[in-house]
Design a protein around this ligand. Structure first.
Ligand code: FCB
Length: 412
C-alpha cells in the first residue's frame, strides 16, 4: 500500500449549470437554441456503438438542462452522500447569473443560498472549493459580448468581491475561472459553445479578457483576505504526433502552447496553487485531431483513457513550485465497468508524481453525481452516484465505495 500525504484533500467536483435546476444564463439560452440541431446531427458526431448504446442522443430533450439534478434544492442530500463517501473537501460553483440578474443588482436571496451551501459543506467537515465562473454568466453581460464585453474583467472582479465578502472566512479556496482555454476553444474556434464563433481575433481577445478577469479578481479577493488560496482550473492536454517529423513536432509545440501554457503565463504571479484537469490524450496530424479508432480503452464519449497524461500534466506544472490540486478527474462510464480501474490507475500516476517531488495536495473526482454534460446533454454519465433521469433518485455506483475505501486508507 502506498500512502498519500497527510491532510490530503479528497472530494468530488460539480458545477452549477450542470446540476442546478432552471438556470437562466448564457448557456441555458445557447442550449435551447441548439438542442434540435444537436439531436439531428448525432449520427455524424458519434460512432455506431455509441449511437446504439445511448439513443437519448437523438432526442432534443437530452440537450436541455431544465431541472438538471435539482441540486439547488437538494444540495443537503447530495452533500450527505459525499460525506458518506468519506470526502473531506467539495468543489462546486456559483452561478453568477443568479447573483447578479441585472447589471449592478445583487440578489440577496441568491447570495444567502450559496452561503447556506458553504455552511452545509463546512458542517460536514468538508473543505469548500468555490468556483466563481464555470462557463456561465448573466444574460445582460452575454448581450454585451460575454467575455469580450469591454468591462468583463471589472464586472467579474466586482462579483468576486461581493461573493468573497459574503462568504468571509468560511472559504479558504477559490477557483476564479474553470478551464478558460476550453471555453475559448469551444466558443471562439470550434463555434460549438456560446457565443458560437470561429474567429481567431476574438479568440486572442478572449485570452486577454479572461486572464485580466482572473488577475483582477485575484487582487480584489486578496485585498479582503490575505490567507485564501486563489487559482484557476486548467485543462491539460496530452498530444501525440501522428508522424515523427519536424512539422508534426512543431505543431505539437504550438498546440501545447495554446492549450496548456498561454493562460498560465498570462496569469503568472496571480496563482496561489495550480490545477490539473486532464481528461484524455489525442493524436494530432496536420489536418487536426485524428479520430480515435480504439473502442476498448475509451470512455462512453470515446475519449482515450491514457493515465500517463496525469503524471505528465503534474510534472509539467512542477517547475512553477506551487501546490497542485487535481480539481477534476473522471470519465463518462454509465455501466461503471471502467471507473474503478480508472481511479486507481490515475491515482497511481499521482503518487508517481509525488514521489518525483511534485507537491500534490488534493484530488477531486468529476463528478459527484451524473449531470448535464454541456453540448452533449445528459447521456454521458460521469457520476460516482447514478441519477435516475425520470425520478432523480440517487444511487451510489460500486466505484463510489471503491473511492471511499481509498480515502479511508489515504492510500492505494
Ligand atoms: C470539464 C468541465 C466539466 C465537465 C468535464 C467532463 O472540461 O470543466 O464541467 O464537463 O469536463
Amino acid at each position: 500500500m502506498k500512502k498519500f500525504p497527510d491532510n490530503f484533500l479528497w472530494g468530488a467536483a460539480t458545477s452549477a449549470h450542470q446540476i442546478e435546476e432552471y438556470s437562466c444564463n448564457n448557456w441555458s439560452v445557447w442550449e435551447k437554441k441548439n438542442a434540435k440541431k444537436w439531436a439531428q446531427s448525432a449520427t455524424e458526431k458519434w460512432q455506431l456503438w455509441q449511437q446504439k448504446k445511448f439513443p437519448e442522443m437523438f432526442e432534443a430533450e437530452n440537450y436541455i438542462s431544465g431541472r438538471a439534478t435539482e441540486y439547488y434544492t437538494r444540495y443537503e442530500e447530495d452533500l450527505d452522500l459525499a460525506k458518506a463517501g468519506g470526502h473531506n473537501a467539495h468543489r462546486f460553483s456559483i452561478d453568477w447569473a443568479r447573483i447578479e440578474p441585472r447589471d449592478g443588482e445583487f440578489d440577496s436571496k441568491a447570495i444567502e443560498h450559496y452561503k447556506n451551501v458553504v455552511r452545509a459543506i463546512s458542517e460536514r467537515n468538508m473543505e469548500p472549493f468555490v468556483t466563481l465562473w464555470h462557463w456561465t454568466h448573466p444574460l445582460w453581460l452575454e448581450e454585451r459580448g460575454g467575455v469580450l464585453a469591454k468591462d468583463f474583467p471589472e464586472k467579474f472582479a466586482h462579483y468576486a468581491h461581493i461573493m468573497a465578502e459574503a462568504l468571509g472566512e468560511s472559504v479558504k479556496f477559490y477557483v476564479t475561472l474553470n478551464e478558460p482555454t476550453s471555453y475559448i476553444a469551444g466558443g471562439y474556434i470550434a463555434g460549438k459553445w456560446p457565443p458560437g464563433e470561429k474567429n481567431i481575433f476574438h479568440m486572442l481577445q478572449a485570452y486577454k479578457k479572461l486572464s485580466s478577469a482572473h488577475n483582477l479578481a485575484y487582487d480584489v479577493i486578496h485585498k479582503q483576505q490575505e490567507n485564501v488560496h486563489i487559482g484557476f482550473t486548467n485543462i491539460l492536454w496530452r498530444f501525440k504526433p501522428s508522424k515523427n517529423t519536424l512539422f508534426h513536432r512543431a505543431l505539437i509545440r504550438f498546440a501545447y502552447y495554446f492549450t496548456n501554457e498561454k493562460f498560465l503565463r498570462m496569469t503568472q504571479d496571480h496563482n496561489d496553487y495550480l490545477s490539473v484537469q486532464y481528461y484524455f490524450s489525442v493524436t494530432l496530424s496536420l489536418m487536426g485531431i485524428v479520430k480515435e479508432k480504439n473502442t476498448t480503452f475509451v470512455t462512453d464519449l470515446g475519449w482515450l483513457i491514457d493515465p500517463k497524461g496525469v503524471y505528465e500534466s503534474i510534472m509539467f506544472l512542477k517547475k512553477y513550485n506551487l501546490p497542485i490540486y487535481l480539481t477534476e478527474d473522471g470519465l463518462a462510464d454509465r455501466s461503471d465497468m471502467k471507473r474503478e480501474k480508472f481511479i486507481r490507475d490515475n491515482l497511481a500516476q499521482v503518487q508517481r508524481a509525488i514521489s518525483d517531488g511534485a507537491d500534490v495536495q488534493g484530488y477531486f473526482h468529476w463528478s459527484l453525481t451524473d449531470n448535464f454534460e454541456w453540448d452533449k446533454g445528459f447521456w454521458p454519465q460521469f457520476g460516482l452516484i447514478e441519477i435516475d433521469r425520470k425520478t432523480l433518485e440517487r444511487k451510489q455506483r460500486k466505484s463510489f465505495w471503491v473511492y471511499k475505501n481509498i480515502i479511508d486508507r489515504n492510500a492505494i
